[in-house]
Write a protein that binds this ligand. Structure first.
Ligand code: FEO
Ligand code: CA
Ligand code: CA
Length: 544
């Protein structure tokens, strides 16, 4: 997209949204918002491209509660330990990504939820010298995925989980996964074609063929505690939530998408209909990636399109040159010339995919400040990247970067970029993490200030982690309006709207995670009757 077009998009919507400004303790702009006027037809098929914020933003708070704007309420759908099916499986710990999949011919849906890590205080129990087999089982079982069935009570409108569901199940660190792609069965993964389980599941994404991608992020701790092979983790996994016995669609890990600290996946199509998958690598000094399939998407082939994730090219972004660098073994070996250690490490494409980050840096990709969620704008195909922060470089509050692919083609190998919004007291948010768009093209972001830093020093004004809405067009483009504040020591994750955008699913991760003991808790959220500890939970937010 050229600059003029971009400016035009920025101006569309100006004058359509009436905002008045109220002040907060932050000195940030926190407008009280009147309803937007009718928007105009979009050039890209969107009904209304004017920013439309129709809630009164909340102020930052330290309350041990999920605080929402007036008129919005939430239902706790499932909390850690809840029984999810008749077999007695239970909901895992520290929920993250959520994705709602309507059940065809029904008003119900499946909610897929990631579980990112455990906390020995609440899950495994005191660890003496090393993990016992029973503790390893708890560690692995309480990570991975939960698939639960959810519905809205017709009368009360309360969202509930149905524990008699025939679909509900767990796919955990104890499951079996097939490897696909160039690294499968190679010495780079110690010959494995099949590996044990998935864990460290942070965010994820939808495919174009009704399956789900889930991303393995910080896998090292669990690998060490459980004594597993480190090369079997750090991949993008794909499952079919509706195939309840994994009969037709085996859970798989796609090595072609590389092995790094995958935050999430955002899938789209190039103009010539190849599948493109963007992914961030949540580590300070890490790169932004995209994968482009060799073959083209064919809707008629349904889940067979999964094969497109087995053969293609993985690229990393060189932001200085505005170029996507192909991570090929030939390029890596050329760059490694004269360095025998590197030449030994990188002998095949499988090696490049297992050691992706080092290959990307070697080829000149740009190290960035913790690229977490990456999402494709439904309005103009621009790419939004949450760069959470990088304290060692003095970037304490992070920023949201926006890539413009040449010709707005996801298959393009060149791009330009802008800093779309920056964290700090001037914007009111710090440490952006998961991103999502609503139908008006507003960007929703949750924040991830680490628990040890919350409410201290430079992070004090932001209080608890929260959720913000940032218009991407109109005169409020780039301004953040706070929609939610999480309970004590929590992080809000995995926002996902229902197709009618009347409900927002959200995960509340690690409330009270720094509690000194079970008798001395810093949070008891969600404050369910008779409960004695905080529980990571998924909620449904209503009021839209
Ligand atoms: Fe699991 Fe990058 O957050
Ligand atoms: Ca995250
Ligand atoms: Ca995070």
């Amino acid at each position: 997209m050229d600059v003029n077009r971009r400016k035009f998009l920025t101006y569309v919507g100006t004058g359509m949204t009436a905002l008045t400004v109220a002040s907060t303790g932050l000195g940030a702009l926190a407008p009280k918002v009147a309803a937007a006027d009718k928007g105009r037809d979009s050039l890209f098929g969107y009904e209304n491209r004017a920013s439309k914020i129709d809630f009164t933003p909340i102020a930052p708070t330290t309350a041990d509660e999920l605080v929402l704007p007036e008129g919005y309420t939430y239902d706790v759908i499932a909390a850690y330990g809840d029984v999810i099916n008749q077999k007695g499986d239970t909901f895992g710990f520290n929920c993250d990504f959520t994705m709602y999949l309507p059940i065809k011919g029904s008003s119900r849906g499946l909610l897929l939820v990631n579980h990112e890590y455990t906390n020995p205080l609440f899950v495994e129990g005191p660890v003496v010298a090393s993990y016992t087999p029973k503790q390893i089982e708890a560690l692995l079982y309480n990570q991975g995925l939960s698939i639960i069935e959810v519905y809205q009570e017709p009368n009360t409108k309360e969202w509930k989980m149905d524990p008699t569901s025939k679909y509900a199940r767990r796919i955990s660190g104890l499951a079996t996964f097939q490897l696909t792609g160039p690294s499968k069965g190679t010495p780079s993964v110690n010959g494995a074609t099949q590996v044990q389980g998935t864990f460290a599941n942070c965010s994820g994404g939808a495919t174009l063929w009704d399956t789900v991608l889930s991303c393995e992020e910080n896998w090292e701790t669990t690998v060490n505690r459980a004594g597993l092979d480190t090369t079997h983790y750090g991949w993008v996994v794909e499952v079919d939530p509706f195939d309840k016995n994994d009969q037709y669609f085996k859970p798989r890990k796609h090595t072609a998408l590389g092995r790094f600290h995958h935050e999430n996946c955002a899938m789209g199509l190039s103009k010539d209909r190849r599948v493109v998958v963007y992914s961030g690598d949540d580590k300070a000094g890490a790169c932004v990636y995209k994968y482009i399939s060799k073959g083209k998407f064919n809707e008629a082939k349904g889940k067979e399109n999964s094969k497109l994730l087995e053969e293609g090219t993985l690229y990393a972004a060189d932001m200085e040159a505005g170029v996507w660098i192909a991570l090929t073994i030939d390029a890596v070996r050329e760059a490694a010339k004269g360095n025998q250690e590197l030449l030994n490490k990188y002998q095949t494409q499988a090696d490049v995919l297992v050691h992706t980050h080092d290959a990307a840096i070697l080829l000149g990709a740009t190290p960035t400040d913790r690229p977490e969620d990456v999402e494709i704008s439904p309005i103009d195909n621009s790419i939004f990247i949450a760069h959470t922060n990088n304290t060692s470089k003095g970037n304490f509050h992070g920023h949201i970067t926006r890539f413009f692919e040449t010709d707005a083609d996801l298959g393009s190998l060149t791009f330009t970029y802008e800093i779309f919004a920056a964290g700090g007291t001037q914007s009111g948010f710090s440490a952006p993490d998961n991103l999502d768009f609503d139908r008006h093209g507003n960007l929703w972001t949750v924040t991830d200030i680490s628990t040890s830093s919350l409410n201290k020093g430079t992070y004090e004004p932001f209080k608890n982690n929260g959720m913000f809405v940032i218009p991407t067009t109109g005169k409020d483009k780039g301004q953040a309006f706070q929609f939610a504040s999480g309970p004590v020591e929590s992080e809000l994750t995995g926002p996902w709207f229902t197709p009618n955008q009347k409900t927002l699913f959200l995960a509340v991760q690690h409330p009270g995670e720094r509690s000194p003991s079970l008798n001395d808790l810093t949070s008891k959220w969600p404050h369910r009757k008779g409960d004695t500890m905080p529980r990571p939970s998924v909620v449904a937010i209503k009021g839209f």
